[in-house]
Design a protein around this ligand. Structure first.
Ligand code: UTP
Length: 300
Protein backbone atom coordinates (compact mmCIF):
# COMPACT_ATOMS: atom_id res chain seq x y z
CA UNK A 1 0.00 0.00 0.00
CA UNK A 2 1.32 3.46 -0.89
CA UNK A 3 1.04 6.50 1.35
CA UNK A 4 -0.56 8.48 -1.49
CA UNK A 5 -3.63 6.22 -1.65
CA UNK A 6 -6.74 8.44 -1.90
CA UNK A 7 -9.13 8.23 1.02
CA UNK A 8 -12.31 6.39 0.24
CA UNK A 9 -14.98 8.99 -0.38
CA UNK A 10 -17.74 7.33 -2.41
CA UNK A 11 -20.61 5.25 -1.13
CA UNK A 12 -22.95 3.22 -3.32
CA UNK A 13 -26.38 2.30 -1.98
CA UNK A 14 -28.23 -0.35 -3.98
CA UNK A 15 -31.95 0.25 -3.49
CA UNK A 16 -33.48 -1.19 -6.64
CA UNK A 17 -34.70 -4.54 -5.28
CA UNK A 18 -38.37 -5.44 -5.49
CA UNK A 19 -38.94 -5.88 -1.75
CA UNK A 20 -41.24 -8.86 -2.23
CA UNK A 21 -40.94 -9.96 1.42
CA UNK A 22 -42.78 -6.82 2.44
CA UNK A 23 -45.75 -6.91 0.05
CA UNK A 24 -48.24 -5.32 -0.17
CA UNK A 25 -46.58 -2.35 1.59
CA UNK A 26 -43.89 -2.29 -1.10
CA UNK A 27 -46.23 -2.52 -4.09
CA UNK A 28 -45.97 1.22 -4.79
CA UNK A 29 -43.54 2.35 -2.07
CA UNK A 30 -39.87 1.40 -1.96
CA UNK A 31 -39.08 -0.71 1.12
CA UNK A 32 -36.24 1.69 1.91
CA UNK A 33 -38.85 4.42 2.48
CA UNK A 34 -40.69 2.53 5.21
CA UNK A 35 -40.39 4.59 8.40
CA UNK A 36 -38.31 3.35 11.30
CA UNK A 37 -39.91 5.45 14.05
CA UNK A 38 -40.09 8.77 12.17
CA UNK A 39 -37.32 8.52 9.56
CA UNK A 40 -37.29 6.36 6.44
CA UNK A 41 -34.89 3.42 6.75
CA UNK A 42 -32.74 4.80 3.92
CA UNK A 43 -31.96 8.01 5.83
CA UNK A 44 -30.23 6.03 8.58
CA UNK A 45 -28.10 4.37 5.90
CA UNK A 46 -27.08 7.67 4.26
CA UNK A 47 -26.32 9.13 7.71
CA UNK A 48 -24.09 6.15 8.44
CA UNK A 49 -22.12 6.71 5.20
CA UNK A 50 -21.66 10.40 6.00
CA UNK A 51 -20.55 9.63 9.58
CA UNK A 52 -17.87 7.31 8.17
CA UNK A 53 -16.60 10.21 6.01
CA UNK A 54 -18.30 9.23 2.74
CA UNK A 55 -20.36 12.19 1.61
CA UNK A 56 -20.54 11.34 -2.09
CA UNK A 57 -23.46 8.94 -2.29
CA UNK A 58 -24.70 7.14 -5.40
CA UNK A 59 -28.05 5.47 -5.00
CA UNK A 60 -28.96 2.69 -7.41
CA UNK A 61 -32.70 2.94 -7.93
CA UNK A 62 -35.35 1.45 -10.18
CA UNK A 63 -39.04 1.70 -11.01
CA UNK A 64 -41.25 2.99 -8.15
CA UNK A 65 -38.19 4.48 -6.48
CA UNK A 66 -38.94 8.16 -7.17
CA UNK A 67 -39.79 8.83 -3.47
CA UNK A 68 -36.15 8.04 -2.62
CA UNK A 69 -34.96 10.89 -4.81
CA UNK A 70 -37.63 13.24 -3.49
CA UNK A 71 -36.71 12.48 0.11
CA UNK A 72 -33.13 13.69 -0.36
CA UNK A 73 -34.22 16.74 -2.39
CA UNK A 74 -35.55 20.10 -1.18
CA UNK A 75 -39.30 20.43 -0.63
CA UNK A 76 -39.78 24.20 -1.05
CA UNK A 77 -43.56 24.13 -0.58
CA UNK A 78 -43.34 22.37 2.77
CA UNK A 79 -40.38 24.49 3.86
CA UNK A 80 -42.28 27.70 3.04
CA UNK A 81 -45.29 26.63 5.10
CA UNK A 82 -43.09 25.81 8.08
CA UNK A 83 -41.15 29.10 7.74
CA UNK A 84 -44.46 30.99 7.72
CA UNK A 85 -45.55 29.15 10.86
CA UNK A 86 -42.16 29.79 12.50
CA UNK A 87 -41.85 26.04 13.15
CA UNK A 88 -38.05 25.82 13.29
CA UNK A 89 -37.95 22.28 14.67
CA UNK A 90 -39.96 20.71 11.89
CA UNK A 91 -38.21 22.87 9.27
CA UNK A 92 -34.89 21.46 10.46
CA UNK A 93 -36.28 17.93 10.15
CA UNK A 94 -37.38 18.57 6.57
CA UNK A 95 -34.02 20.06 5.60
CA UNK A 96 -31.91 17.45 7.37
CA UNK A 97 -32.13 14.89 4.59
CA UNK A 98 -31.51 17.31 1.71
CA UNK A 99 -28.43 18.81 3.41
CA UNK A 100 -26.91 15.47 4.32
CA UNK A 101 -24.74 14.40 1.39
CA UNK A 102 -24.01 14.99 -2.27
CA UNK A 103 -26.54 12.60 -3.80
CA UNK A 104 -26.32 10.97 -7.22
CA UNK A 105 -28.68 8.45 -8.78
CA UNK A 106 -28.43 5.77 -11.39
CA UNK A 107 -31.21 3.49 -12.56
CA UNK A 108 -30.95 -0.24 -12.69
CA UNK A 109 -33.39 -0.96 -15.55
CA UNK A 110 -34.11 -4.52 -14.46
CA UNK A 111 -33.38 -5.79 -10.97
CA UNK A 112 -30.92 -8.46 -12.16
CA UNK A 113 -29.35 -8.89 -8.74
CA UNK A 114 -27.12 -7.11 -6.24
CA UNK A 115 -23.98 -7.73 -8.33
CA UNK A 116 -25.65 -6.10 -11.33
CA UNK A 117 -26.76 -3.16 -9.16
CA UNK A 118 -23.15 -2.62 -8.02
CA UNK A 119 -21.97 -2.80 -11.65
CA UNK A 120 -24.36 0.07 -12.49
CA UNK A 121 -22.15 2.23 -10.21
CA UNK A 122 -18.94 1.63 -12.23
CA UNK A 123 -18.98 4.85 -14.33
CA UNK A 124 -19.54 6.99 -11.21
CA UNK A 125 -17.01 5.22 -9.00
CA UNK A 126 -14.13 5.04 -11.49
CA UNK A 127 -10.87 3.43 -10.46
CA UNK A 128 -10.86 3.79 -6.69
CA UNK A 129 -12.03 1.72 -3.73
CA UNK A 130 -15.60 2.48 -2.66
CA UNK A 131 -18.13 1.45 -0.05
CA UNK A 132 -21.43 -0.36 -0.63
CA UNK A 133 -24.22 -0.07 1.94
CA UNK A 134 -27.39 -2.05 1.36
CA UNK A 135 -30.39 0.26 1.59
CA UNK A 136 -32.44 -2.15 3.69
CA UNK A 137 -29.74 -3.03 6.21
CA UNK A 138 -29.70 -0.81 9.28
CA UNK A 139 -26.62 -0.71 11.51
CA UNK A 140 -27.15 0.99 14.86
CA UNK A 141 -25.32 4.33 14.83
CA UNK A 142 -23.78 3.53 18.22
CA UNK A 143 -21.97 0.47 16.83
CA UNK A 144 -19.70 1.89 14.14
CA UNK A 145 -18.78 -0.66 11.51
CA UNK A 146 -18.09 1.15 8.26
CA UNK A 147 -15.29 3.34 9.63
CA UNK A 148 -13.52 0.20 10.88
CA UNK A 149 -13.94 -1.44 7.45
CA UNK A 150 -12.44 1.62 5.74
CA UNK A 151 -9.46 1.41 8.16
CA UNK A 152 -8.94 -2.27 7.39
CA UNK A 153 -9.13 -1.64 3.62
CA UNK A 154 -6.59 1.17 3.90
CA UNK A 155 -4.25 -1.10 5.83
CA UNK A 156 -4.55 -4.30 3.74
CA UNK A 157 -5.80 -3.05 0.34
CA UNK A 158 -8.17 -5.29 -1.62
CA UNK A 159 -11.76 -5.60 -0.43
CA UNK A 160 -13.41 -5.83 2.97
CA UNK A 161 -16.77 -7.38 3.81
CA UNK A 162 -18.82 -7.30 7.01
CA UNK A 163 -19.51 -10.60 8.77
CA UNK A 164 -21.76 -11.55 11.64
CA UNK A 165 -21.94 -14.86 13.45
CA UNK A 166 -25.42 -16.36 13.13
CA UNK A 167 -27.15 -19.48 14.40
CA UNK A 168 -25.90 -22.23 11.98
CA UNK A 169 -29.52 -23.14 11.21
CA UNK A 170 -30.00 -19.62 9.77
CA UNK A 171 -26.94 -19.55 7.51
CA UNK A 172 -28.99 -20.62 4.46
CA UNK A 173 -30.50 -17.11 4.51
CA UNK A 174 -27.14 -15.37 3.94
CA UNK A 175 -23.93 -15.40 1.97
CA UNK A 176 -21.44 -17.42 4.02
CA UNK A 177 -17.66 -16.96 4.34
CA UNK A 178 -14.81 -19.46 4.85
CA UNK A 179 -12.26 -17.61 6.96
CA UNK A 180 -8.76 -17.69 8.49
CA UNK A 181 -7.88 -15.67 11.62
CA UNK A 182 -5.56 -12.64 11.50
CA UNK A 183 -3.66 -10.91 14.29
CA UNK A 184 -6.68 -8.64 14.90
CA UNK A 185 -9.52 -10.23 16.87
CA UNK A 186 -12.20 -8.56 14.79
CA UNK A 187 -10.60 -9.15 11.37
CA UNK A 188 -10.46 -12.40 9.39
CA UNK A 189 -9.08 -13.26 5.98
CA UNK A 190 -11.80 -14.54 3.66
CA UNK A 191 -10.75 -17.61 1.70
CA UNK A 192 -14.08 -18.43 0.08
CA UNK A 193 -17.71 -17.35 -0.17
CA UNK A 194 -20.91 -19.17 -0.95
CA UNK A 195 -24.38 -17.65 -1.37
CA UNK A 196 -27.17 -19.08 0.83
CA UNK A 197 -25.63 -22.54 1.44
CA UNK A 198 -27.45 -25.53 2.90
CA UNK A 199 -26.36 -25.65 6.55
CA UNK A 200 -24.61 -28.98 5.83
CA UNK A 201 -22.40 -27.36 3.15
CA UNK A 202 -21.72 -24.11 5.03
CA UNK A 203 -18.00 -23.58 5.73
CA UNK A 204 -18.77 -21.50 8.87
CA UNK A 205 -21.53 -19.59 10.60
CA UNK A 206 -20.09 -16.24 9.44
CA UNK A 207 -22.87 -14.51 7.51
CA UNK A 208 -22.21 -11.68 5.08
CA UNK A 209 -24.15 -8.56 6.05
CA UNK A 210 -24.86 -5.47 3.97
CA UNK A 211 -21.66 -3.43 4.18
CA UNK A 212 -18.70 -3.72 1.82
CA UNK A 213 -15.58 -1.76 0.95
CA UNK A 214 -14.57 -2.91 -2.50
CA UNK A 215 -11.58 -2.71 -4.77
CA UNK A 216 -12.66 -1.42 -8.23
CA UNK A 217 -11.38 -4.73 -9.68
CA UNK A 218 -14.80 -6.06 -8.65
CA UNK A 219 -16.33 -4.35 -11.70
CA UNK A 220 -14.22 -6.38 -14.15
CA UNK A 221 -15.14 -9.56 -12.29
CA UNK A 222 -18.86 -8.66 -12.23
CA UNK A 223 -18.84 -8.10 -16.01
CA UNK A 224 -17.71 -11.71 -16.38
CA UNK A 225 -20.02 -13.12 -13.67
CA UNK A 226 -22.83 -15.30 -15.01
CA UNK A 227 -26.23 -15.19 -13.31
CA UNK A 228 -26.11 -17.46 -10.28
CA UNK A 229 -28.63 -18.39 -7.61
CA UNK A 230 -32.16 -17.19 -8.52
CA UNK A 231 -30.98 -16.15 -12.01
CA UNK A 232 -29.42 -13.02 -10.47
CA UNK A 233 -25.88 -11.68 -10.83
CA UNK A 234 -24.63 -12.26 -7.30
CA UNK A 235 -22.11 -9.97 -5.63
CA UNK A 236 -21.09 -12.96 -3.51
CA UNK A 237 -19.98 -14.85 -6.65
CA UNK A 238 -17.74 -11.93 -7.71
CA UNK A 239 -16.30 -11.70 -4.18
CA UNK A 240 -15.64 -15.43 -4.24
CA UNK A 241 -13.59 -14.91 -7.45
CA UNK A 242 -11.63 -12.10 -5.74
CA UNK A 243 -11.07 -14.14 -2.58
CA UNK A 244 -9.79 -17.14 -4.49
CA UNK A 245 -7.47 -15.13 -6.81
CA UNK A 246 -5.89 -12.27 -4.84
CA UNK A 247 -3.96 -11.30 -8.01
CA UNK A 248 -7.22 -9.98 -9.45
CA UNK A 249 -7.75 -7.20 -6.91
CA UNK A 250 -5.97 -7.93 -3.65
CA UNK A 251 -7.13 -9.98 -0.68
CA UNK A 252 -10.62 -10.07 0.82
CA UNK A 253 -10.85 -9.45 4.56
CA UNK A 254 -13.86 -9.60 6.83
CA UNK A 255 -14.62 -7.37 9.81
CA UNK A 256 -16.58 -9.34 12.39
CA UNK A 257 -19.45 -7.20 13.65
CA UNK A 258 -20.96 -7.83 17.06
CA UNK A 259 -23.24 -4.79 17.24
CA UNK A 260 -26.91 -4.16 16.57
CA UNK A 261 -28.14 -4.66 13.02
CA UNK A 262 -31.61 -4.92 11.49
CA UNK A 263 -32.73 -6.17 8.09
CA UNK A 264 -35.55 -3.71 7.51
CA UNK A 265 -36.65 -5.70 4.45
CA UNK A 266 -37.71 -8.50 6.81
CA UNK A 267 -40.99 -7.88 8.65
CA UNK A 268 -39.90 -9.32 12.01
CA UNK A 269 -36.58 -7.48 12.06
CA UNK A 270 -38.30 -4.30 10.92
CA UNK A 271 -40.66 -4.47 13.93
CA UNK A 272 -37.73 -5.14 16.29
CA UNK A 273 -35.88 -2.12 14.88
CA UNK A 274 -38.83 0.16 15.48
CA UNK A 275 -39.51 -1.05 19.02
CA UNK A 276 -35.87 -0.87 20.05
CA UNK A 277 -35.13 2.52 18.51
CA UNK A 278 -38.40 3.98 19.83
CA UNK A 279 -37.64 2.72 23.36
CA UNK A 280 -34.25 4.38 23.25
CA UNK A 281 -35.42 7.75 21.97
CA UNK A 282 -35.26 10.57 24.52
CA UNK A 283 -38.46 12.22 23.31
CA UNK A 284 -40.66 9.15 22.73
CA UNK A 285 -38.92 6.48 24.81
CA UNK A 286 -40.12 7.07 28.39
CA UNK A 287 -43.83 7.02 27.52
CA UNK A 288 -43.50 4.21 24.96
CA UNK A 289 -41.47 1.98 27.28
CA UNK A 290 -44.05 2.41 29.99
CA UNK A 291 -46.84 1.44 27.58
CA UNK A 292 -44.83 -1.52 26.30
CA UNK A 293 -44.13 -2.79 29.81
CA UNK A 294 -47.86 -2.68 30.62
CA UNK A 295 -48.77 -4.32 27.32
CA UNK A 296 -46.33 -7.19 27.85
CA UNK A 297 -47.29 -7.86 31.48
CA UNK A 298 -51.04 -7.35 31.24
CA UNK A 299 -52.02 -8.32 27.72
CA UNK A 300 -49.60 -11.06 26.65
P1 UTP B 1 -32.61 -8.22 -1.29
O1 UTP B 1 -32.59 -9.55 -1.88
O2 UTP B 1 -32.73 -8.05 0.17
O3 UTP B 1 -33.70 -7.26 -1.90
O4 UTP B 1 -31.39 -7.41 -1.86
P2 UTP B 1 -35.05 -7.50 -2.63
O5 UTP B 1 -34.88 -8.34 -3.82
O6 UTP B 1 -35.58 -6.12 -2.83
O7 UTP B 1 -35.90 -8.16 -1.45
P3 UTP B 1 -36.99 -9.30 -1.40
O8 UTP B 1 -36.20 -10.53 -1.07
O9 UTP B 1 -37.71 -9.34 -2.72
O10 UTP B 1 -37.89 -8.86 -0.28
C1 UTP B 1 -30.41 -6.77 -1.06
C2 UTP B 1 -30.20 -5.33 -1.50
O11 UTP B 1 -29.83 -5.26 -2.86
C3 UTP B 1 -30.69 -4.39 -3.55
C4 UTP B 1 -31.96 -4.32 -2.72
O12 UTP B 1 -32.62 -3.08 -2.95
C5 UTP B 1 -31.42 -4.45 -1.32
O13 UTP B 1 -30.97 -3.22 -0.81
N1 UTP B 1 -30.91 -4.95 -4.92
C6 UTP B 1 -31.24 -6.26 -5.06
C7 UTP B 1 -30.78 -4.12 -6.00
O14 UTP B 1 -30.49 -2.90 -5.88
N2 UTP B 1 -30.98 -4.64 -7.24
C8 UTP B 1 -31.30 -5.94 -7.43
O15 UTP B 1 -31.46 -6.36 -8.59
C9 UTP B 1 -31.45 -6.77 -6.31
Amino acid sequence: MTQSRTRISKAVIPAAGLGTRFLPATKATPKEMLPVVDKPAIQYVVEEAVTAGLSDVLMVTGRNKRPLEDHFDRNYELEEVLVRKGDETRLARVQESSDLATMHYVRQGDPKGLGHAVLCAAPHVGDQPFAVLLGDDLIDARDPLLARMVDVQERHGGSVIALMEVDPAQIHLYGCAAVKPTVDDDVVQVTGLIEKPDPADAPSNYAVIGRYVLDPAVFGVLRETEPGRGGEIQLTDALQALASSPDLGGPVHGVVFKGRRYDTGDRGDYLRAIVRLACEREDLGPEFREWLRRYVTEEM
